[in-house]
Design a binder for this molecule. Structure first.
Ligand SMILES: Nc1nc2c(c(=O)[nH]1)N[C@H]1C(S)=C(S)[C@@H](COP(=O)(O)O)O[C@H]1N2
Ligand SMILES: [Mo]
Length: 382
C-alpha cells in the first residue's frame, strides 16, 4: 500500500486525516536515517532489510527493518511521560529524565517480526509479503522493566503487564496494545530501551522508549511506550486476539483454524538463512565462503549444517564467536566446488531444545513463523 491509498482509506474513516492528506506532498521513497530498504508500505512505514546488509553480527540502525501499523507518532522528549499503573500499590508517572536516571543495562537481542517469511507460504494469505529481512540484531540499552515493576509493587493477583504506545488506532482499527506475562516482564533481559546500538532510539524504532522482549516476536516490542498497566488478564483487544496467534494443531493449507486452538506467539522458532552468496549467483570454480545467520528465540543455536547437493549430504558449518542468549549466531562454511554446474545449497539450524528446521513450514492462516530449510541456487562456471 502506498501513502496515497492509505490516506484515502484512512480518510474514509477519519476526517482529521482526510484534511492532513491534502497537505501531504508526494516524496521520494527515502526514510529518515535509513539507507535504501525494500519498501512494503511507505506510509505507515513497513521496510525490509535487503539480505546483503546482514553481513555483520550487529545490524546497523540505518539498515534495520521497520514495522508498524499506524502513522507513527512523533513524541517530543520533554513532553514524554511513561505511566505505570493498574494493579499496583504505587502508580507512578516518569519523565524521560527520570527514566534516564535509573540504572541502565545493555542487552543484545534479535528482533524478528512473526510474519517474516510470510511471502513464502502457499497458498498466500493477506499481510505483508516479507521475505527474509524482517529481522535484525541490535544492542538495546535502557531500564529493566523489573526495576520499574518493583517500584510500583504489583498486587499478588497480577499476572500480566499491558503495554501501550503513543500511536493510536485509525477508524475501525483499534489501538496497538500488547500484554506480556509477568514472568517475562520480570526477566533481567526485558527492558524499557532508550538506546539502540549506542544511539537514542531512532524515531522509526520507537523514540524515546520501547519495550525489548528478547526471544519473543516483534509484536511484543511495543514502540513509543506511554503506559504499562499491571493486570490479572491480558488485554482483550485485536492485537492480542485474534492477531499474533498460531494454531496449536496444524491446519490444512488454505483452511481456517478453530479460535479455541489459537495461542499467543511467544518465544520464536529455530531458523537460518544464507546471507552470501546471493540466490542465483554465478561463481568461479574456486573456494567460496557460504555465510549466514541462525537464531532460535529463547533457545541457543547449537548447530548449523549446510548441504551443497540439495540435502543429500550435510556438513557442519562453523559458528561465529558471538554467542549470546536471544541473539542470532553468524555461521560460515568454506566450500570448494569440485566441478562446474548448478548447485542447490541448503542450510538448517538446530537449537538447544533439540528443534531442527523442518523441510516444510506449517501453513497457518496469518502466515507466521516461516522457518523451512532455506534453499538457494548458484551456478559454478568452469
Ligand atoms: N506502538 C507500536 N509498537 C510496535 C508496533 C506498532 O504497530 N505500534 N509494531 C510491532 C511489530 S508487529 C514489530 S515486528 C516491531 C518492529 O520493530 P521495528 O520497527 O523497530 O523493527 O515493532 C512492534 N512494536
Ligand atoms: Mo511484527
Amino acid at each position: 500500500m502506498n501513502r496515497r491509498r492509505w490516506l484515502r482509506l484512512a480518510a474514509a474513516a477519519l476526517p482529521a486525516l482526510a484534511r492532513a492528506s491534502q497537505t501531504v506532498a508526494e516524496k521520494p521513497l527515502t526514510f529518515p536515517g535509513k539507507r535504501p530498504l525494500l519498501v512494503h508500505n511507505d506510509f505507515p512505514e513497513d521496510l525490509e532489510t535487503p539480505v546483503e546488509y546482514f553481513d555483520t553480527w550487529i545490524t546497523p540502525n540505518d539498515a534495520f527493518f521497520v514495522r508498524h501499523h499506524f502513522p507513527r507518532p512523533r513524541p517530543a522528549a520533554d513532553a514524554f511521560r511513561l505511566r505505570l499503573d493498574g494493579m499496583v500499590a504505587q502508580p507512578v508517572t516518569l519523565t524521560l529524565e527520570e527514566l534516564k536516571a535509573l540504572p541502565r543495562y545493555t542487552v543484545p537481542a534479535t528482533l524478528e517480526c512473526a510474519g517474516n517469511g510470510r511471502g513464502n507460504f502457499r497458498p498466500r494469505m493477506p499481510g505483508l509479503q516479507w521475505t527474509k529481512g524482517a529481522i535484525g540484531n541490535a544492542q538495546w540499552t535502557g531500564v529493566r522493566l523489573k526495576d520499574l515493576l518493583h517500584r510500583v509493587q504489583p498486587a499478588a493477583a497480577a499476572r500480566y503487564v499491558t503495554c501501550d504506545g503513543a500511536d493510536t488506532g485509525v477508524g475501525k482499527t483499534p489501538d496497538f496494545i500488547r500484554s506480556i506475562p509477568l514472568g517475562k516482564a520480570m526477566h533481567d533481559a526485558t527492558l524499557v530501551a532508550l538506546e539502540m546500538n549506542g544511539e537514542p532510539l531512532p524515531a522509526l524504532h520507537g523514540f524515546p522508549a520501547r519495550l525489548i522482549v528478547p526471544g519473543w516476536d516483534g509484536a511484543s516490542w511495543v514502540k513509543w511506550l506511554t503506559r504499562l498497566s499491571v493486570a490479572e488478564q491480558p488485554d482483550g483487544g485485536f492485537y492480542m486476539n485474534p492477531a499474533y496467534r498460531y494454531p496449536r494443531r496444524a491446519v490444512a493449507p488454505g483452511t481456517a483454524a478453530r479460535p479455541e486452538d489459537m495461542e499467543v506467539i511467544e518465544g520464536m522458532t529455530v531458523k537460518s538463512f544464507f546471507v552470501r552468496p546471493a540466490d542465483g549467483a554465478k561463481l568461479p570454480t574456486a573456494p567460496v565462503t557460504l555465510a549466514g545467520v541462525a537464531w532460535a528465540g529463547e533457545e541457543r543455536i547449537t548447530r548449523v549444517e549446510v548441504s551443497i547437493d540439495g540435502g543429500s549430504r550435510w556438513r557442519d558449518a562453523e559458528l561465529g564467536a558471538q554467542d549470546f542468549p536471544f541473539c542470532w549466531r553468524l555461521w560460515r562454511f568454506t566450500w570448494k566446488p569440485a566441478a562446474a554446474g548448478y548447485y542447490s545449497l541448503l542450510c538448517r539450524a538446530t537449537d538447544s531444545a533439540g528443534r531442527t528446521q523442518p523441510i516444510h513450514a506449517a501453513w497457518n492462516p496469518s502466515g507466521y513463523l516461516w522457518n523451512a530449510i532455506e534453499r538457494i541456487g548458484v551456478l559454478v562456471e568452469g
